[in-house]
Design a protein around this ligand. Structure first.
Ligand SMILES: Nc1ncnc2c1ncn2[C@@H]1O[C@H](COP(=O)(O)OP(=O)(O)O)[C@@H](O)[C@H]1O
Ligand SMILES: [Mg+2]
Length: 481
């Protein structure tokens, strides 16, 4: 049976999160993970300073399903099935030793799958650490408090060809996962948990970038005993390269979109649309990658939400689906807008609408992009075109019909940089050289006053982004040559 349970599908990181859940349920404030590389004799240990277990509790803790999943649990309890300690551990190792301090006394029990496999007269729960492993539980004796979970014979981690570098990479992966799963426990200013890996503190990863001024956060919406808060993260142009990198989280921007389901502030699901959608379930798309929705459920809702043993999936009850769909829809459409538009400077109230060079034309068959002939750069040419008018119109039409939409979409979605537009990164002289003929035309042909001409340019795309350049245009344009 245990050999079968090993295949539940834990990763090292999710298995460790399950062990840490037990520490938190036992009111631990400090949890230290130790990863020790020694080839096939490597080990992993989790030491906490929680309330520990007496001999009987430890004995029950080592047994499978000693507590019924149907029991009511204390509000802060992160457990449910009475399995995690065993199933999580055996998914990674063949030997599980648990030592715990109670009233100054250390109790220690051990499962060894090789011993179990070799015995035909029952289940032998062994006492004390394995021969030669006494030193590995010494940190608990030194601490004088709490519980130590020790994984040895890491046959599911140290597989053939697995090298020390792979072990180091695994540690990084575990760190990123725990930084995410427990971020609300780790968050400053008053962390409820201090977590270290080989002595180094794990800092929280906040999926919502809540402290970033450009993040949108909706009010918290209560739905019965569940609470929902939608977030739309900033466009990448408003983030530093470091923020873009870290904001992607363990699995990258696209994978990390959707609902974040928390149970007692512990993250169960890190980005999923939870099977919601209209007709067909939504999939994760680039356009919605800035939408992240926080969803809090209490542990009394476990059955309704179909929490699985690994605590990595949850399904909304039918009654909540319409409301969640509506909230998600709003977040998705906001996220789409932020994703599609560059980080435009914020417009002050009462400013004139900007004359755009392109407009999106929506029709029954979808959308197409048209050059707006009311844009002055286009208008002037058309007005003066004379016999060239048919050719110029044909040229515009060709440009419109060949906008490389797919190409731009891919470059936007996959590229590190948003494709450049609006003279981004160009020298002011370059902008000015395009600006001047238009300005000259306004004054000489349209007989506008210099002030009026500048005002028009201030609300014309893309020059509205260069107000200083526009204001510095000389009153007599031809003096510039
Ligand atoms: N670190 C720990 N400190 C104190 N008690 C623990 C610890 N780990 C496990 N236990 C005890 O072992 C029991 C079984 O744990 P587990 O198999 O993870 O199931 P569950 O968490 O669903 O109860 C827990 O209910 C708890 O009583
Ligand atoms: Mg547990």
């Amino acid at each position: 049976m245990i050999e079968a349970l090993r295949g539940l599908g834990y990763s090292t990181a999710t298995a460790l999160a399950d062990i840490i859940d037990n520490s938190l349920s036992a009111n631990a404030r400090n949890v230290s993970l130790i990863f020790s590389w020694a080839g096939g004799r490597s080990h992993v240990a989790v030491l906490d300073d929680g309330k520990g277990m007496d001999a009987l509790t430890l004995d029950l803790a080592m047994r499978l399903g000693e507590r019924s999943p149907l029991d009511q649990r204390e509000a802060g309890d992160l457990g449910r099935f009475g399995l995690g300690l065993k199933t999580a551990s055996f998914s990674q190792c063949r030997r599980l030793t648990v030592a715990s301090v109670n009233r100054g006394e250390i109790n220690c029990l051990r499962w060894d799958l090789d011993v179990l496999a070799a015995s035909d007269d029952g289940w032998h729960l062994l006492e004390g650490p394995a021969d030669g492993s006494e030193g590995l539980i010494a940190p608990l004796a030194d601490a004088g408090k709490g519980t130590l979970v020790l994984w040895e014979c890491l046959d599911r981690i140290v597989t053939p060809g697995f090298k020390e570098q792979d072990f180091l990479d695994l540690i990084d992966m575990v760190e990123r996962h725990l930084a995410m799963v427990f971020h609300r426990y780790l968050s400053e200013p008053r962390p409820k948990l201090r977590l270290t890996i080989n002595g180094r503190s794990v800092s929280p990863w906040d999926p919502f970038m809540a402290s970033h001024p450009a993040t949108y956060s909706s009010p918290v919406v209560p739905l019965g005993d569940v609470q929902v808060q939608c977030h739309v993260l900033p466009h990448k142009d408003r983030l530093t390269p470091d923020e873009v990198e870290s904001g992607g989280g363990p699995h990258g921007w696209t994978a990390q979109q959707g609902f974040y389901v928390y149970r007692n502030e512990r993250l169960l699901v890190a980005g999923s649309w939870l099977g919601l959608g209209h007709g067909r379930s939504w999939t994760k798309e680039e356009a919605h990658r800035l939408a992240r929705i926080r969803l809090d459920i209490p542990n009394s809702a476990d059955a309704a939400w179909k929490i699985d043993i690994r605590k990595s999936s949850a399904k909304p009850p039918v009654g909540l689906r319409p409301a969640l769909t509506r909230l998600a829809e709003d977040a998705r459409s906001r996220a789409r807008k932020v994703f599609a538009h560059r980080g435009q400077p914020v417009r002050v109230g009462g400013a004139k609408p900007v004359v755009q060079a392109w407009r999106a034309e929506h029709f029954k068959g979808g959308v197409r992009y048209r050059i707006d002939d009311s844009h002055p750069a286009v208008r002037e040419v058309l007005d003066q075109a004379g016999h060239l008018a048919p050719q110029i119109k044909a040229m515009i039409r060709v440009i419109e019909e060949t906008v490389p939409v797919q190409r731009m979409w891919l470059d936007t979605a996959e590229g590190k940089e948003t494709p450049r537009t609006g003279f981004a990164g160009e020298a002011p002289a370059e902008v000015r050289s395009v600006l001047l003929p238009m300005y000259r035309n306004f004054i000489l042909r349209k007989a506008m006053s210099p002030e009026l001409a500048r005002e028009r340019l201030l609300s014309t795309e893309p020059f509205h982004n260069y107000p200083e350049l526009v204001r510095s245009l000389p009153d007599v344009p031809d003096a510039e040559g």
